[in-house]
Design a protein. Structure first.
Length: 228
């Protein structure tokens, strides 16, 4: 009876210790982070207070991956009489800064949007002519994201575009002509539109026609507006 009682006491004490605070995740460190609030990263991970042996580290990393400003994340935890976790961030690469009267935002190469901090080293700058910039925490429309990716490749020396909900992306060429490009409904759409725009520009120049706007959003029905 004494042995059974002692065993029961040991089991009870062990169970309380195993479920106690020393096995709960309380210390979470964030490394290599730039621009994303640490509180947001820790909150998204869902690790705070979880048991060391039952925490889903892969799920925590995926949740942090989804945050704007994060391209990838890894999570590791260790127990040495207390539980410590480390979240290592791979910061997102800025693709485009969107400038508007209502504030600036930027999107990464996956299309995730967040508030623009000063000096963001983005590949493109886009001036929003009408309406609001992309919504914080959202993802760019896939057609628009595809268009930006293709323009970076097709015109690596062009870094500035305009945008409006009506006309999509707009490029102002070296002769101050506004070329309405729209977006990219299929792979290679921007290359097709740029080739068409340049062919039309040459034809119009050869005919002595000076245009103010060249619209190739719909390659099957391009049109232009002459200068006043």
């Amino acid at each position: 009876m004494v042995a059974v009682a002692l065993l029961a006491i040991c089991v009870t004490v062990g169970a309380r210790w195993y479920s106690g605070e020393s096995w709960r995740i309380a210390d979470i460190q964030v490394q290599n982070n730039t621009g994303v609030p640490v509180e947001a990263i820790i909150g998204a991970s869902g690790l705070q207070g979880e048991h060391f042996h039952f925490a889903d580290l892969d799920a925590a990393a995926r949740s942090v991956d989804d945050l704007p400003g994060v391209e990838a994340a890894t999570v590791t935890c260790r127990w040495e009489w207390r539980t410590t976790c480390v979240i290592v961030i791979q910061p997102a690469r800025p693709m485009a800064v969107w400038q508007s009267q209502s504030g600036n935002v930027w999107n990464d190469f996956e299309g995730k949007v967040q508030v623009a901090r000063e000096g963001v080293p983005a590949r493109l700058t886009i001036r929003v002519e009408e309406g609001a910039p992309p919504a914080l925490g959202s993802r760019l429309d896939p057609r628009l994201l595809r268009a930006l990716n293709e323009l970076i490749v097709a015109q690596p020396n062009v870094t500035r575009y305009s945008y409006s909900p009506r006309f999509g992306l707009i490029w102002t060429d070296e002769r101050k002509r506004r070329v309405r490009l729209g977006d990219a409904p299929y792979d290679g759409a921007m290359s097709d539109k740029l080739r068409l725009a340049r062919a039309l520009q040459k034809q119009l120049t050869d005919k002595g026609i000076e245009v103010r706007v060249l619209d190739v959003r719909f390659p099957e029905a391009p049109y232009y507006e002459v200068r006043d």
